[in-house]
Design a protein around this ligand. Structure first.
Ligand code: BES
Ligand code: ZN
Ligand code: ZN
Length: 462
């Protein structure tokens, strides 16, 4: 979609926003949030988007309404629209950004495997109070989100660990980015035995991918963002049953969020220093699969008993964050992972879980979540949870000693905590939010959501 800023509305299809109070003067339109209504006036089509009560209206309400508005325009097969920003009548912080974001995120469709391509809106004119720099920034972020969605939605046979490495390498066209990839041979040589083990049964061998972005040479500060990149999670020898395995190409959504975020930082030439790291592997079942019950030495030196080959994400992340801590020396580390089904029981697919050893980092990320609309809720990491991960024959185990299913998201996080050293760290479990198996709602499409790109860019750019 091509965007342009305009002083006045010239398109025959227009998207307008109304609160319930505004809508009092409109016949048969109440302005409820969630309500969209099409009105025709000679040659013009007006798409009315309800925002609900003025007092309750916030950026998320606007983002979501705008997404519904553009989907209506797509349904009506319009080639061009005018988006009339609601800022004049509303005093909501970030209302312009939210409206444009809603339009760009809501118009996403994944049609790579469709013979008949869906209709797309080619141009959008934006009228209201927004600078062209601000518009460019929003556009870049949303393109990063949609890129992450494409990666999650594409076939697992296409998005292999090596493909993720190639996507990272493509970013190194920028002078500010340096990409390093460790192939399976190097992983073995350097002792990333957990990452190696998870990937060893696959014809698509594992990779460790490091994307170093240096946008602020004056600062020594560096943040690392780490992503779980399981390109398909069969469960391994602890094979996943029918009903649980079908969506497991999405198990690299953490990696997709890292790639999307690094792409945004580089395109914006952001004045920050960020290292993206991805542990990429295909958790396959085959004659070469790693065995439940076996004990491995991790990159950090700690030994781990594999109680389940389906708790592979924490194994991959253990080596990924330990490698990052030792070799990249970041000041803080945030990891994103589709780690546990348990997080869906706790928060559904609306909010991601956050686990942290640092209140300041957790608070800042929480605020970035509220602002970006990619919301977080914090869980505790009390000592008892960490103790439950101690092994009998090994230093650690990859399943807790608790009853099956008890606090599985927390104990997964407690396991990763053993490998991050002494820096501020936050783990974000996106197993629920990264993939929407239901219908599109607001700016969230069906399937891959691109969760994490907006959250991380909000946090890193602030
Ligand atoms: N990739 C899954 C988690 C997952 C589940 C993501 C559902 C998205 C939707 C992960 O590797 C896994 O299998 N986790 C297990 C952990 C358990 C064995 C401790 C789980 O959540 O059941
Ligand atoms: Zn698994
Ligand atoms: Zn997994």
């Amino acid at each position: 979609m091509k965007l342009k800023l305009s002083r006045s509305t010239t398109s025959a299809t227009q998207i307008h926003f109304f609160t319930k109070e505004d809508a009092k003067t409109i016949t048969d339109f109440s302005g409820e949030s969630g309500e969209t209504e099409v009105r025709y006036d000679r040659k013009n089509t007006m798409i009315y988007c309800g925002l609900g009560e003025k007092a309750l209206c916030n950026a998320q309400v606007i983002r979501s309404a705008s997404a519904r508005g553009i989907r209506k325009a797509i349904e009506l097969k319009r080639d061009g629209v005018s988006l009339v920003l609601p800022s004049q009548k509303l005093r909501v912080e970030g209302s312009e950004k939210a409206a444009v974001e809603g339009m760009l995120l809501g118009s996403y469709s994944f049609s790579k495997y469709k013979s008949e391509k869906p209709h797309t809106v080619k141009t959008a004119e934006i009228t209201g109070d927004l600078s062209s720099t601000e518009l460019k920034k929003i556009e870049t972020i949303c393109r990063g989100v949609n890129y992450a969605r494409d990666l999650v939605n594409s076939n697992a046979s296409e998005i292999t660990p090596e493909k993720l490495a190639q996507e990272a390498s493509a970013l190194s066209l920028s002078k500010r980015i340096k990409v390093t990839v460790l192939n399976e041979k190097k992983l073995k040589q350097q002792g990333l035995n957990l990452l190696y083990a998870v990937g060893q049964a696959s014809p698509y061998p594992p990779r460790l991918i490091i994307i170093k972005y240096s946008g602020d040479p004056k600062s020594k500060q560096r943040t690392a963002i780490a992503g779980k990149g399981i390109t398909f999670d069969s469960g391994g020898q602890n094979l996943k049953p029918t009903g649980h395995i079908e969506t497991m190409r999405m198990d690299m959504a953490g990696a997709a969020a890292v790639l999307g975020t690094m792409k945004v930082l580089s395109e914006l030439k952001a004045a920050v220093n960020v290292t993206g790291v991805i542990g990429a592997a295909h958790n396959a079942i085959g004659e070469n699969s790693y065995f439940p019950g076996d004990i491995y030495k991790s990159y950090s030196g700690k030994t781990v008993e594999i109680n389940s080959s389906d708790a592979e994400g924490r194994l991959v992340l253990a080596d990924t964050v330990a490698y990052c801590h030792k070799n990249c020396k970041p000041d803080r580390l945030i990891d994103l992972a589709t780690l546990t089904g348990g997080i869906l029981f706790a928060l559904g697919d609306l909010v991601a879980g956050i686990f942290s050893n640092d209140d300041k980092l957790a608070d800042e990320l929480f605020k970035s979540g509220e602002k970006s609309g990619e919301r977080l809720w914090r869980f505790p990491l009390y000592k008892e949870y960490c103790d439950a991960m101690r092994g009998d024959l090994s230093d650690l185990r990859n399943l807790s000693k608790f009853k099956k299913g008890y606090a599985s998201s927390i104990t997964g996080a407690a396991f990763i905590k053993e490998f991050i050293g002494d820096i501020p760290w936050a783990h974000i479990d996106i197993a629920g939010t990264a993939f929407n198996e239901g219908q599109a709602r607001g700016e969230i499409p069906q399937y891959g959501t691109g969760f994490g790109v907006r959250l991380l860019t909000e946090y890193l750019l602030k």
